[in-house]
Design a protein. Structure first.
Lengths: 154, 116
């Protein structure tokens, strides 16, 4: 293949922003997100809404795995890859923790917030963010692994 | 240190020094907020100007902070667009008293618009 052919291929080929296995704890999750966001923001210095949404989605997906799949024990592998084309950002996670209940992501229902301050929810917002900020998401259990994919239109 | 404090005209201003209120810092924010506000019975204003990222764990800590005031309001100011978005998506922007800037928060009292 000539250099010219290679160049034209790389122009349309997906750009890989991140492909690594990280430990399922809040600080490792934060570090990975910061590396990915730095790379994304180099290509999208205008800080588009979609790029910002990516940061929230990454945080919710990875912290869900740390908290629920691995039971907040701060140990366990998350294989994460983030790939992007000109119009779509795609992320995939694989972990060896417990399966999602019902083998499906929770379906967050919008409920009115209670009037009493002490009854306000302190959690349960994560799936709502993922659902609202992605164009597509998918979960499957594959040979004792959880596989989660999500896409964000850029 | 996640939070720092100053007292101005009887208002306890709590400034978030951390740039990220996420799963890693949420618990520290919750605990420090409780410590700083324990002995104060007046208005509490939290300045979020340094915060450029907040996730659902961070928002949960903000709700816990509000609850620890036992019925008093928690006023917030200087929300970055990404932080404002998290409040808006969850409709928490209707639960907290949100001011654009610190000085606007003080103007609100002077004008008497801060109906208690």
């Amino acid at each position: 293949m000539t250099q010219a052919q290679l160049n034209s291929l790389s122009k349309f080929a997906p750009r890989i922003y991140f492909d690594a296995t990280i430990n399922a704890d809040p600080l490792s999750v934060r570090d990975a997100i910061m590396i990915i966001m730095e790379r994304l923001k180099t290509d999208f210095p205008s800080e588009s809404d979609e790029i910002n949404n990516t940061e929230i989605v990454l945080a919710e997906v990875l912290n869900n795995i740390a908290e629920h799949s691995y039971g907040a024990e701060n140990i366990g592998d998350i294989a994460l890859s983030v790939v992007m084309t000109d119009s779509l950002l795609s992320l995939e996670t694989r972990d060896n923790g417990i399966a999602m209940p019902g083998l499906a992501p929770p379906d967050p229902k919008e409920q009115p917030l209670p009037d009493e301050t002490d009854k306000l929810p302190e959690g349960g917002f994560g799936w709502m963010f993922i659902q609202t900020l992605t164009s597509h998401m998918e979960y499957r259990r594959e040979q004792n692994q959880n596989v989660f994919c999500a896409q964000i239109n850029i | 240190m996640v939070l720092s404090q100053t007292l101005k005209d009887g208002v306890l201003i709590i400034t978030t020094e951390a740039n990220r209120i996420d799963a890693a810092s949420a618990i520290h924010l919750k605990d420090q907020f409780r410590e700083l506000t324990e002995a104060h019975s007046g208005r509490v204003l939290m300045d979020l100007s340094n915060v450029n990222f907040m996730d659902s764990s961070g928002l949960g800590a903000m709700v816990a902070a509000l609850k620890s005031l036992n019925g008093r309001k928690l006023e917030l100011c200087a929300l970055e667009p990404m932080v404002a978005k998290v409040f808006k998506l969850t409709r928490m922007d209707q639960i907290f008293v949100i001011h654009a800037t610190q000085s606007e928060a003080f103007d609100a009292t002077e004008k008497g618009t801060d109906a208690a």
